[in-house]
Design a protein around this ligand. Structure first.
Ligand code: C5P
Length: 202
């Protein structure tokens, strides 16, 4: 049976890692929806209006995932993600992806609540603020970005606040989501916990 799996959670919670691992093990397609908002944010940094950027998004805009991981792009993504018209412009693509034959894993902030409220499995992946900041700091240093742990901590706090406070599609766990706190988990354990939740619905 092919499933639609919705994974939500804050930045650096481990949701992307879990999503990629699940898609690989199950042979499903994977969509990191944060990349869509990052691509829109990046176009606004180049001077395009947010709605136009969202409406004109194409595959080439999300091809360079590394450039989209830069901290200034993350901040711009978080700003455009608070705009209802930008979110609305991206819904159709995400829903079409979720309905792919053969199964799909989507990760983001509002997959289980707004994009795929009928997903077969919903996971909400979290970790403490300190653990998330440490992970993201290490990841950014590894990619050559010159940032301090304090800067990353402040950045995540600001993005969390904006994601949780916005009126449209705020970051909240769906009522029927399985919560996975990865703070003290290895990647293996987090993936195994997710697979157990998936098996439970099959
Ligand atoms: O997950 P990632 O950090 O790449 O997402 C970048 C930004 O895009 C987030 O800070 C969030 O504001 C926004 N986002 C969103 N809804 C999603 C995915 C990402 O609002 N489904």
């Amino acid at each position: 049976m092919s499933l639609t799996i919705a994974i939500d959670g804050p930045a650096a919670s481990g949701k992307g890692t879990v999503a990629r691992a699940l898609a690989q093990r199950l042979g499903y397609a994977h969509l990191d929806t944060g990349l869509l908002y990052r691509a829109v944010g990046r176009k606004t940094l180049e001077g395009m209006a947010p709605l136009e950027a969202a409406q004109s998004l194409s595959a080439s805009d999300v091809a360079d995932a590394d450039a989209l991981r830069a901290p200034d792009v993350a901040r711009a993504a978080s700003r455009v993600a608070a705009m209802p018209e930008v979110r609305a412009a991206l819904i159709g693509f995400q829903r079409a992806f979720a309905q792919r034959m053969g199964g799909a894993v989507l990760d983001g902030r509002d997959i289980g609540t707004v994009i795929c409220p009928d997903a077969d499995v919903k996971l909400f992946v979290t970790a403490t603020d300190a653990v998330r900041a440490a992970r993201r700091h290490k990841e950014l240093l590894g990619k050559g970005h010159d940032v301090t742990l304090d800067e990353v901590t402040a950045d995540l706090a600001e993005r969390d606040r904006r994601d949780a406070a916005r009126a449209t599609a705020p970051l909240v766990p769906a009522k029927d989501a399985v919560l996975i706190d990865t703070s003290a988990m290895s990647i293996e354990t987090a993936v195994r916990t997710a697979l157990d939740a998936i098996r439970a619905v099959q």
